[in-house]
Ligand binder design. Sequence first.
Ligand SMILES: Nc1ncnc2c1ncn2[C@@H]1O[C@H](COP(=O)(O)OP(=O)(O)OP(=O)(O)O)[C@@H](O)[C@H]1O
Ligand SMILES: O=P(O)(O)OC[C@H]1O[C@H](OP(=O)(O)OP(=O)(O)O)[C@H](O)[C@@H]1O
Ligand SMILES: [Mg+2]
Length: 282
Amino acid sequence: MLRIAVPNKGSLSEPASDMLREAGYRQRRDSRELVLADPANDVEFFFLRPRDVAVYVGAGTVDAGITGRDLMLDSGADAEEHLPLGFARSTFRFAAPVGEITDIAQIEGRSIATSYSVLVHDYLLAQGITPKSIVRLDGAVESSVKLGVAEVIADVVETGTTLRAAGLEIFGDPILKSEAVLIRRRGSDVPAKLDQLTRRLQGVLTAHEYVLMDYDVPVHLVDAAVAITPGLESPTVSPLHDRDWAAVRAMVRRDQTNEVMDTLYEVGARAILVTSIHACRL
Ligand SMILES: Nc1ncnc2c1ncn2[C@@H]1O[C@H](COP(=O)(O)OP(=O)(O)OP(=O)(O)O)[C@@H](O)[C@H]1O
Ligand SMILES: O=P(O)(O)OC[C@H]1O[C@H](OP(=O)(O)OP(=O)(O)O)[C@H](O)[C@@H]1O
Ligand SMILES: [Mg+2]
């Protein structure tokens, strides 16, 4: 059986299970379940702390796992990225009280609080900066400055709301851009079942990323319209009962849907319909 580690708590847990469910795998209904077998797919899921996923994967006790890129790198585990999953996108950044620090060189000799001490240590070392200390905290890192535990923080930032509420602002370049990733042991072979799981997850990603667009267009304008919607391989062009018109179907990137519809309409396409893709395998 293929063994897959899945986050049991935190912000990765629900989207990870949702994605696996969408890819046709069984997922737990009760958040206290620690192991779940999916015999139909020959897979066993282990629900582990998000921080521990990379440790198990690196040790080779599971074949693959879902975690955050930041968590994997901070764990120092012998694991590598297999497939980026596109959710839990965040940046990992330095921050300090508004107006106090503008350059990362100013971290020199200051105390810095973070939940990702390995990431911060390695980054500062590479930049040749020596902080006074790195204070490792479990969470709510933004409060550490006000509470006098550190002068600077390094933390996960998505919208920046938490930073602003704590009177902090970012400085310096992003230390890392993170998102959820499927990981496996560094250099390990990919068993056939993991290949299948990967293709299924890629299918879910594509189904989210693309829509299906159908439209009618006068035959003499088919080439112009198809140039706007080239699809992945090549769009389907079918004859209509009215011989002067054709029907076209193509995949279009979801984030370009409206732009593409506007352009098609200008070219002369009509009855433009957009539908979601439920599942796909490219
Ligand atoms: N607000 C956020 N937006 C996007 N990604 C986030 C956010 N907060 C945490 N993450 C990502 O989630 C992962 C951390 O998950 P983890 O479950 O350890 O922490 P958490 O979501 O903060 O949960 P908790 O604080 O409840 O333990 C990291 O990959 C991190 O980048
Ligand atoms: O930029 P924002 O949109 O505000 O999101 C970033 C915040 O979200 C996470 O915190 P979480 O709620 O998980 O609490 P924690 O700090 O205790 O982990 C993260 O650690 C940041 O604090
Ligand atoms: Mg958190």
